[in-house]
Design a binder for this molecule. Structure first.
Ligand code: HEC
Ligand code: HEC
Ligand code: HEC
Length: 534
């Protein structure tokens, strides 16, 4: 297999994961193959996400979709996680902490219902404290695993070093590790160098009859490669990518006979390992079935080459002689034949194999109604939890500095600008939250209101009043002084690209943001016509 530049790979993966769904359709009426089959679903770096926020053009992820995918599994299955499941890696703040703890309980309940059999302990999983993890385990199975991270003291949750779980008659050996450095300064756990302890765990698992060994790892990619080289007895390393930045998961790769895979972040994708064993597990690596990734990648490259060649042929038709044109035509015919062959999905592998798929949880994925109900009840409870919550001190007005008055007072003198603004999406920013019943979710309101947690703004939802929506003062700054004196110098005129992008239109929430295009939508007749231009 040839190795592509990472940038190319990223683009291709998108194509591969889109096509992935129908690459290898299960033959409908085929007799089931003999042998044992099991699926292990895996998530990585979920970071406390139960649903996408819905800000972007194609929001991915969410527990209802994950549940629907897992429950539709035709083969015996289980669920594992590689760490940082419960909380965002960047930590919790005082205002949102209670909501995050509540959400962590919801997440763990859904994972339990979906058959979670091993959850690797990552740094952010500790953010709710050991007591929370202990309580979650008290409510039912929450099988934490780590070969190198151990809780300190009494009354701590139990964390196994490794265990065997039988799924579909296949004995999976499961263990976990995390970078010790990521726990530096934590008083809740001790984290030691993992390579030696892991070696011991793996031989224990083998002694206990593990047939397929999976390591859940919260480590850097280079460390995962190193582990794969050191421990060829592993079958799969599920690696949590560690970064909170959203991006599609990288395709699985092999180091010797060990597969390394991840499922991206924020629960946007579900990884699926399908193991098929005909007869007893033979020594040596299992055949790797990449669910059509390599084929999809080749198809993509072939199509690009074809497009380039066809363009070159067109461009050259006048200027060049016949010989080079014939050569191009022959090349095109050859590539076209290859393309046709690549359009036919490879048949599923027969024999023992290990297959990895990365399923994008998109709007085309079904949604599990039971989990949807759990989420609705979560949002419904946020009102009582959050309405009065928040430290009001940061919102105290500063002397001589304007405060946020909302957009209504501007209407009196700027009738046209106001009328124009009302037709923009900014004027519906609060309604989009309300429609989804998410207007009591403290992680949403900062960008869908004005003056949140700012001096002269509001710090508690109970005090939002006229500051709903992305009103005039989001771009023009707090307006109380200007409303009183009508002096142009007491209000900000310009708002720059930097402001939009720093405050709200970050890639995670506004994937298609383009300053010039968006600016035309929010300024126009009656509102800075000059900026829009004819
Ligand atoms: C009582 C009347 C009045 C109210 C209320 C008012 N303005 Fe103005 N505003 C003015 C006047 C008068 C000007 C100057 C117009 C001119 O120079 O053509 C102005 C100018 C502006 C300008 C242009 C500043 C510049 O440097 O050219 C902006 C922006 C603006 N107002 C925003 C707002 C916003 C936002 C609000 C609500 C928070 C608001 N105004 C409320 C009267 C008002
Ligand atoms: C960092 C700022 C930010 C945060 C935090 C944020 N949003 Fe948004 N949201 C945006 C921006 C910007 C847009 C407009 C995106 C665009 O059109 O490019 C948007 C748009 C939306 C839309 C409308 C999408 C559409 O199709 O018109 C919904 C719904 C939404 N957000 C919900 C939420 C929810 C729910 C949360 C909390 C879980 C949230 N947002 C948190 C910035 C944010
Ligand atoms: C998304 C950001 C944004 C919002 C929201 C916004 N404005 Fe503006 N506003 C601008 C920009 C950008 C300009 C143009 C500055 C320039 O011409 O360089 C402008 C210009 C103006 C001007 C001066 C030009 C004119 O049209 O007279 C006024 C007055 C004004 N805005 C009032 C308002 C009022 C009132 C509201 C709320 C109803 C509002 N703006 C909401 C960004 C915004």
């Amino acid at each position: 297999m040839s190795f592509l530049k990472p940038s190319v790979l990223g683009v291709l993966l998108l194509a591969a994961s889109c096509r992935n769904g129908d690459r290898h359709p299960e033959p409908m009426n085929a007799r089931p193959e003999p042998g044992r089959v099991a699926a292990l679903y895996f998530s990585t770096e979920v970071s406390g996400y139960i649903e996408p926020c819905g800000c972007t053009s194609e929001p991915l992820g969410g527990l209802p979709r994950l549940a629907a995918v897992i429950r539709a599994s035709k083969v015996p299955h289980a669920l594992v996680d590689a760490g940082n499941l419960l909380f965002p890696a960047e930590g919790l703040d005082a205002a949102t902490e209670e909501q995050h703890l509540f959400k962590a309980r919801l997440l763990s309940r859904v994972y339990r219902d979906l058959g979670a059999v091993a959850l690797n302990l990552g740094r952010s999983d500790l953010l709710g404290g050991m007591k929370l993890l202990k309580e979650i385990q008290h409510e039912g199975a929450f099988p934490l695993v780590s070969a190198n991270v151990r809780p300190v003291g009494d009354g701590v949750p139990s964390v196994a070093r490794s265990f065997i779980r039988e799924v579909g008659g296949i004995k999976f050996g499961l263990t976990g590790v995390a970078r010790p450095e990521s726990f530096a300064g934590s008083e809740l756990v001790t984290a030691i160098e993992y390579a030696p302890v892991l070696r011991a765990e793996l031989s224990r698992l083998k002694e206990q009859g593990a047939e397929v060994v999976v390591l859940l790892a919260h480590v850097e990619e280079a460390d995962a490669r190193e582990l794969a080289r050191l421990l060829p007895e592993l079958d799969l390393i599920v690696r949590a990518p560690g970064s909170p930045i959203t991006r599609p998961p990288s395709p699985p790769f092999r180091v010797g006979g060990v597969i390394v895979s991840e499922a991206g972040s924020q629960g946007q994708h579900a990884g699926r390992l399908t193991v098929r064993l005909l007869g007893p597990r033979a020594p040596g690596p299992l055949a790797f079935d990449d669910a059509g990734y390599a084929q999809a990648r080749e198809l993509e490259l072939t199509e690009r080459k074809l497009t380039a060649l066809r363009r070159a042929l067109e461009a050259s038709s006048k200027s060049e002689g016949g010989a080079s044109q014939d050569e191009r035509r022959a090349q095109i015919a050859k590539l076209e034949a290859r393309r046709q062959a690549l359009l036919v999905p490879e048949p599923p592998r027969s024999g023992s194999s290990l297959r990895i798929e990365l399923v994008a949880l998109s709007k085309d994925t079904p949604s599990d109604p039971m989990v949807e109900k759990l989420l609705s009840s979560y949002y419904a409870q946020l009102k009582d939890m959050n309405l009065e919550k928040g430290d009001v001190r940061p919102c105290a007005p500063l002397p001589e500095v304007a405060v946020y008055v909302g957009s209504a007072p501007c209407q009196e003198c700027h009738e046209d600008a106001y009328a124009f603004w009302q037709k923009t999406k900014h004027a519906k920013a609060w309604a989009t939250l309300e429609d989804a019943n998410k207007h009591f979710d403290l992680t949403c309101i900062g960008c869908h209101t004005i003056g949140y947690q700012k001096p002269g703004g509001f710090c508690r939802l109970a005090d939002v009043s006229g500051r709903k929506d992305v009103g005039c003062e989001m771009c023009h700054g707090p307006g109380s002084l200007h409303v009183e004196d009508s002096d142009p110098s007491s209000i900000v005129l310009e708002s720059s690209e930097g402001t939009c992008m720093k405050m709200c239109h970050v890639p995670e929430h506004s994937d298609r943001f383009n300053y010039q295009t968006y600016l035309r939508e929010v300024t126009g007749e009656g509102h800075a016509l000059s900026a829009a231009g004819p």
